[in-house]
Design a protein around this ligand. Structure first.
Ligand SMILES: NC(=O)c1ccc[n+]([C@@H]2O[C@H](COP(=O)([O-])OP(=O)(O)OC[C@H]3O[C@@H](n4cnc5c(N)ncnc54)[C@H](OP(=O)(O)O)[C@@H]3O)[C@@H](O)[C@H]2O)c1
Length: 238
């Protein structure tokens, strides 16, 4: 039976993918700060979920907690980083930017590094990060959020390069959602908002197919292509 850890499994995409992994006979270590939600999930799949309360901004505790969780699971084949935060912050309130950086950059890096080093020692494994289409350009509405997603995209590319160089079967998948119907999908004028189930299914399929980059849903690839092509002089005015 395959073993996975989902970081940020208490709601949204992480919860959806955790349940789908169990349906596909994975044993899953589910993590997040809200212990009550982890316990609720475990009551539904007693033998398939192991829980660990974990705040990824507390980087000094990550290594110990993940090592313990892997021991309980009895191994690790797949780790998915779904945790994330992001608020609209047009007024540049620093506490919002700080929380975003601590979660999406500091915490993300700490978990990604732990996973890569674990898989390197094991000589195989699969790391998945949920970045965002937002990471492709800056945003005056949520500067730290988009910048943190750009960091994740770039960091995952670096790890993929490192994996290739090692010649080991270590797979790195960068999932870039547009909008998914979760607590995080904020603001007005949202479009092509995918249900969580649909997003989870597409992510699971991409994991099985060892994809490097996935847009969720697939038509967001078109938006990504357009975003990348908008000239700077025009983008500045938007
Ligand atoms: N929804 C969208 O439209 C959308 C679009 C693009 C990208 N994304 C990305 O998709 C990922 C999942 O987000 P979602 O939409 O599923 O939102 P969500 O329902 O708000 O889920 C966020 C998850 O992150 C966890 N989390 C937040 N801060 C954490 C921390 N400090 N330590 C540990 N876990 C933490 C939360 O768990 P606890 O609160 O229990 O800790 C929760 O499980 C995020 O990285 C987000 O940026 C979402």
């Amino acid at each position: 039976m395959k073993k996975a850890i989902v970081i940020g499994a208490t709601s949204g995409i992480g919860k959806g993918i955790s349940n789908l992994l169990v349906e596909n006979l994975f044993t899953v270590g589910i993590t997040g700060r809200r212990t009550n939600l982890l316990q609720e999930m475990k009551t539904e799949h007693l033998n398939f979920f192991e829980i660990a309360t974990l705040d990824i901004t507390e980087v000094n505790t990550i290594e110990i907690k993940l090592n313990e969780l892997v021991k309980t699971l009895g191994g690790l084949d797949l780790l998915i980083i779904c945790s994330g935060t992001g608020d609209l912050n047009e007024k540049l309130e620093f506490n919002i930017e700080q929380k975003t950086i601590e979660t999406n950059i500091l915490g993300f890096t700490c978990v990604a590094d732990w996973a890569f080093n674990y898989f390197e020692k094991q000589k195989s494994g699969h790391l998945v990060g949920i970045s965002s289409v937002g990471g492709l350009r800056g945003s005056r509405f949520a500067p730290a959020y988009n910048a943190s997603k750009a960091f994740q995209i770039n960091y995952l590319e670096a790890l993929r390069q490192k994996a290739k160089k090692s010649k080991m079967p270590i797979i790195i998948t960068d999932v870039r959602p547009g909008f998914v119907n979760t607590e995080m999908a904020k603001g007005e004028g949202l479009f092509w908002v995918a249900p969580v189930d649909k997003a989870a299914k597409q992510i699971f399929k991409a994991i099985r197919n060892k994809k490097k980059v996935l847009y969720v849903t697939k038509r967001w690839r078109i938006v990504a292509g357009l975003l990348k092509r908008i000239p700077n002089s025009l983008y500045e005015k938007m």
